[in-house]
Ligand binder design. Structure first.
Ligand code: SAM
Length: 334
């Protein structure tokens, strides 16, 4: 495998790119967005061809894993055209993995085609298995539709990981049941701490559940053993003896995982963010549109990687009631 030629000032090799293909979503999860969101004008978005060109330059520079996210990636018009185009890099061996993070609402429609394009693994975000609570947390989502999406993905042979944001007073008591459900179906699960990104309608301090607390609660019921298993993401995994499955913890708040960060992110307008939790960015759309060749783009990427910060500074407490970064998670993608 070729080593990435994108090395940041802290010696971290960047080989993982997350691309938000749209900031729009068919859900309005209460911790993620305000109900009344203003989305970017469609004319500001990169075209699918531009997204493909951008991803290809990153792959040429050493990206081995590509994740499409959003917003909801599967609501972007003609998204499968982009997935099919990108799949040529899987076939050529330039890319190890092409994957997606999805809310599952459109999976029933797209699962077979995703598998056909070489997607092997997807993350599906679900915070509860109770239909009424699901509707309440997503504001607009229907759990049965997502369940049909999961079934379609399973039938297509896609490996699914469940992503669950741990929310105080909302799902903390349900997580054992979700864990048994996910592991019973052969899905791994990851729990995530809520991050202070973007203005939402509520108060994040009311939602924030440190995963150190959740782990202590889970250990009353399950035997959790730390394991060295890693995906390309930031989760630290345990094996659950009672279910035989893996549970990941993504703990940006209680345990800073930045030292091993191998990722950068692009928004649907072509802004490159070197850190999910910092504001510094580079405008790749200008570089993309300024010339037909890719030299300027490659140089702009190199200059940005040279500024990748050491880590984020997320804080959630009563005194810090402003988001750490003003953009919502749906802009930079999860
Ligand atoms: N629509 C897709 C989905 O639902 O997975 C992809 C985008 S969504 C922004 C990606 C992930 O970020 C989801 O698992 C979501 O629950 C999570 N997320 C959104 N806002 C968050 C926040 N403020 N803190 C932690 N996780 C968040």
């Amino acid at each position: 495998m070729t080593q990435s030629n994108m090395i940041d000032p802290f010696g971290r090799a960047i080989d993982y790119l997350r691309v938000s293909v749209t900031d729009r979503c068919d859900f309005r999860c209460v911790y993620c967005m305000a109900e009344d969101m203003t989305f970017l004008p469609k004319r500001d978005l990169l075209s699918l061809e531009e997204l493909d060109r951008l991803c290809t330059v990153f792959i040429e520079k050493g990206v081995r894993r590509l994740r499409l996210t959003g917003g909801e990636p599967l609501v972007r018009k003609n998204i499968m055209h982009l997935v099919r185009q990108l799949s040529r890099h899987l076939k050529s061996g330039a890319l190890d993995e092409l994957t997606l993070t999805s809310n599952g609402s459109q999976l029933e429609r797209f699962a077979t085609e995703l598998a056909d394009c070489g997607v092997r693994r997807i993350n599906v975000s679900i915070d509860t298995l109770d239909a009424d609570k699901f509707h309440a947390i997503t504001r607009w989502g229907k759990l049965d539709k997502v369940m049909r999406g999961i079934e379609a993905a399973e039938a297509a042979g896609l490996k699914i990981k469940l992503n669950t944001v741990a929310l105080k007073g909302f799902n903390e008591d349900e997580i054992p049941e979700m864990l048994c459900w996910a592991h019973g179906r052969g899905m791994d699960m990851t729990v995530i701490e809520t991050m202070p990104m973007g203005e939402i309608d509520g108060d994040r301090t009311d939602q924030y559940l440190p995963l150190s607390l959740l782990r202590t609660q889970l250990e009353k019921q399950f035997t959790l053993t730390d394991i060295p298993f890693k995906t390309s993401g930031p989760a630290r995994y345990v094996e659950v003896a009672e279910t035989g499955g893996k549970l990941g913890f993504i703990t940006p708040m209680t345990h800073n995982f930045c030292e091993s960060c191998n990722r950068v992110r692009i928004t649907c307008t072509g802004m490159l963010y070197m850190c999910l939790g910092q504001d510094d960015s580079a405008d790749l759309r200008d570089a993309l549109r300024a010339s037909e060749g890719n030299d300027l783009l490659a140089e702009t990427i190199d200059r940005a990687i040279a500024r990748k910060p050491k880590g984020h500074d997320f804080i959630i407490d009563r005194r810090t009631n402003r988001p750490s970064v003003s953009r919502h998670m749906s802009v930079t993608g999860g």
